[in-house]
Design a protein. Structure first.
Length: 172
């Protein structure tokens, strides 16, 4: 939710899970605790053990990552892009507790969604976490991309979305 990608050391998480007495109850597993800790930590707070920032200050709100061997990195679908100089998402994420308790309960989700720019964005993150390339649809016809997959057989890049009622297909 902070225009970044975190890397989690699974060996660290699994080691904690093996030593946990309550690992039978899903909500008490170290993995569930880690997800809770990540969701509640603010921008200035330290990340839990075994977690580091892989990529930050990204051009959009990352939804899914797919490794693409031909591009030598991770293809990321972005639900929305950073809107300079003002982004309602950035404002809300600086004070997430206030946003959830006040604005989230008073303002209908449809109104909040209208504040998000309708923009299609897919980008490739290199193995070092930097943006190697990006593809944009400023018209918004293929907005809210949540996943992108490039087929080596057809040459098309398929764009999935949790909001759209279609699968986008672009030849690159």
């Amino acid at each position: 939710m902070r225009f970044r990608v975190l890397e989690v050391d699974l060996a660290h998480v699994l080691q904690g899970q093996a030593s946990s007495e309550n690992s039978r109850r899903e909500e008490n597993t170290p993995a569930a605790s880690l997800v809770d800790a990540l969701g509640s930590c603010g921008e200035e707070e330290a990340l839990p053990d075994g977690v580091r920032v892989f990529a930050e200050a990204l051009p959009g709100f990352v939804d899914n990552l797919v490794f693409d061997e031909t591009r030598g990195g991770y293809v990321a679908g972005a639900g929305t892009k950073v809107a300079a100089p003002f982004s309602a998402l950035h404002l809300a994420l600086k004070k997430p507790a206030i946003f959830r308790t006040i604005i989230g309960k008073l303002v209908p989700m449809g109104v909040i969604e209208n504040l998000v720019p309708s923009y299609g964005l897919v980008f490739v993150l290199g193995l070092d976490g930097t943006v190697k390339e990006s593809m944009h649809d400023a018209t918004g016809r293929t907005a809210f991309v949540s996943a992108a997959y490039r087929s080596s057989k057809s040459g098309y890049t398929f764009l999935g979305s949790s909001q759209n009622k279609y699968l986008g297909r672009v030849r690159l």
